[in-house]
Design a protein around this ligand. Sequence first.
Ligand code: PLP
Length: 374
Amino acid sequence: MHPADLIPPSKTLEVDSLAKKLIAEKKDVVNLTTGEPDFPTPRPIVEKAIEALNSGFTKYTDSNGILELRQAISNYLLEKKGVNFSADEIVVSNGGKQALYNAFRSIVKEGDEVILFAPLWVSYAPQIQMCGGIPKIIQTKFEDNFEPKIEEIEKNITEKTVAIVVNSPSNPTGAVYKKETLEAIADLTNRKGLFVISDEVYDDLVYEGKHVTMQGLVKDELLIYINAFSKSHAMTGWRIGWSATKNEKVKKRISKIQGHVASNINSITQKAGIAACSTDNNYMIEEFKKRREFVIQKAEEIGLRYVKPQGAFYLFFETPYDDNEFCKKLLGEKLVAIVPGSAFEAPNFARLSFANSLENLEKGFRRLKEFLGK
Ligand code: PLP
C-alpha cells in the first residue's frame, strides 16, 4: 500500500462541507473554526515585500533561505525568546507545516514510531505516515489539563520509537504544559536517546506565565525546534516557518530535503520575514488577551466544561453528546461553525477559535447559549 493511502479521510468532513455550503449561500454564519489570526499582516512586513518586488528580488535563492533572513531569525530568536540557534542551524520552509514534514523526513524510517499526544494538531500523524512511520498516539486527559503522564509515555516507548512531538501551547486545547512536565519529558527522551520535535508556533501567545522552550531541556543533538511567523505575525498565507537544530547530520538532511522538494520558499516572503523579525506584535497579543477573557467569562456563564486557554487562541470544551452531531446541529440551527474534537482525536469535545472580533464572538456565544437552552 502507498503510505499516503494510510491517511484516513477527515472525520469532520460533514460539518466542514455544511459550513462551506452555508457560507457559499451567504448565510449569516459565525465562523469560529479558523486557525489563523484575523488581523491583517502588519504594514512594515507588507512594505518590505513590495520593496522586494519592485527591486526585482524574484529569483531562486539559497534553498535554506537567504543568509540575511536566517541571520535575522537567529537574532530574533535570541533577543525575543532566548532561543539560541545560529543562521547555519536554521532551514527556512513553507510554513511550520513543511518545517515539520522536513523534520519527520530527516529522522523517520520505514516502521519507526513517533509518539504524539492527543488531542493533537491534524497534520502530525499524516506526515509521519507519509514518511513510512507509525504515529503512536497517547490520549491525555481533560482532568490533567491534557498534559501527558510520564509513566504513560514510558509505557509506549519501544525499540522502534525515534521521537516525541511536543506542542506547547497546544492546538487544539490551548493548554500550556507545566515546566515540570516539559522537564520530565526531556529527562526521559534524553535518557532514551529519542528526538524531540518541539512545535512552538504558538509561543508568543501565552497568557499566564512565560513560554518555556524545549531548548536547554532537551540535549542539543536530540532537539529539532519548529517555529513560524504564521500565527505570531498574522502571516499564514505567506508560508514562512523554519526548523532549527544543532544536530549537524539532521540539519544536513533537512537542508537536502528542502532543496529537492521545494528549493527556496518564495523570495518575496523571505524579505517580508526579515521585517517580521523586527515588527512588534504586542497589539495583537493584547487583543487576544481581551478575547480570551471574554470567552472564558462566556464559557463560565453558559456552564461549559472547558480547558482554560493558557495559550494559542482556542477554547476547547466538552460537548453534551457526540461532537460531530453537536457541531452539525449547532451550525444547521444557529449558524455557528466550530470544529468537532474528532478532528483532533478528541471525540466529545469541540474547538472554538477566538481569532475573531469581539463582536462575532459575542454573536457566536449568544447563539451557542440559545442552542444549549441556557
Ligand atoms: N503547528 C501547529 C500546532 C499548528 O496549529 C499549525 C497551523 O495550524 C502549524 C504547525 C503549521 O503552521 P504554518 O501555517 O506555519 O504551516
